[in-house]
Design a protein around this ligand. Structure first.
Ligand SMILES: C[S@@+](CC[C@H](N)C(=O)[O-])C[C@H]1O[C@@H](n2cnc3c(N)ncnc32)[C@H](O)[C@@H]1O
Length: 240
């Protein structure tokens, strides 16, 4: 279970079938509304993955994309060739420049300790202009975490993916939960399976807010009405 998830390494070339761009439309619209209200133009996305949210945001904003995985950056470049892509870890990245807004979406859960979470928030703060906006989008907070199993998948010509996502918490007293992916990958007649055992972080709402305030954001939690309960809590902040 050590190292980077297989999803973003050896399986990066399957990302569009696992998580197609169109699935991000509603969330991206919610973020866009929020950034527009704050007069944001330039955005740094940390953990930008396949660049799916960015594909929508670039209509109204100027996103710069950073991710720890070269494979995922390569996927993002296919649909966002005009955007700047940077390889880097959200805990340590230092670009020496600032943006109107910083977004961390669907990647912040890879911070599994308070120390890592604080480091990612410090990176966001470092890259925000004074008065700039941060938007942080976890899958869940401790108060809303529920173990669950879901099944999804799509096809594209001769290729297809079906996968089960199985989230469970072996120790409710720590800040980690198991996030298991069991994938079946089909190419023509060939079918293979891959198990990707991931560990992600789970923190109480008060911890998210405390760490954001500690690094220098005025922070609050808002409900994302676009997510139909799936990922309904978003943390937003303004750099002091
Ligand atoms: C689900 S994807 C993000 C999806 C993205 N928001 C989009 O719109 O396509 C999660 C990403 O987080 C990245 N990631 C995980 N840990 C990271 C870290 N420490 N620093 C930067 N990126 C990280 C992974 O490489 C992966 O590409």
């Amino acid at each position: 279970m050590k190292g980077q998830p297989k999803l973003y390494g050896e399986l990066a070339g399957w990302w569009q079938l696992i998580s197609p761009t169109e699935d991000y439309a509603d969330e991206a619209a919610f973020f866009a509304e929020f950034f527009l209200a704050e007069n944001v133009e330039t955005i740094l996305e940390l953990g930008s993955g396949g660049g799916n949210v960015a594909w929508f945001l670039k209509r109204n904003f100027s996103p710069t994309l950073a991710d720890i995985s070269a494979g995922m950056l390569a996927q993002s470049k296919k649909q966002n060739p005009e955007l700047e892509h940077i390889e880097g870890d959200m805990r340590t990245l230092r670009l020496g420049r600032t943006f109107d807004g910083v977004l961390i979406h669907d990647a912040i859960m890879y911070m599994t300790t308070e120390e890592d979470l604080r480091a990612a928030f410090a990176t966001a703060h470092e890259h925000c202009k004074p008065g700039g906006t941060v938007v942080i989008v976890p899958d869940f907070v401790a108060e809303t975490f529920v173990p669950e199993t879901t099944h999804e998948g799509t096809d594209d010509g001769g290729r297809g993916v079906r996968y089960m996502e199985w989230t469970w918490d072996p120790d409710p007293d720590d800040t980690q939960v198991n996030y298991e992916f069991i994938l079946a990958l089909k190419e023509g007649d060939d079918l293979r399976t891959v198990v990707d055992r991931q560990i992600v972080g789970v923190f109480a709402r008060a911890t998210w807010l405390r760490l954001l305030r500690d690094v220098g954001f005025e922070a609050r939690s808002v409900l994302d009405s676009s997510s139909e309960g799936e990922r309904s809590e978003v943390f937003v902040g303004r750099k002091r």
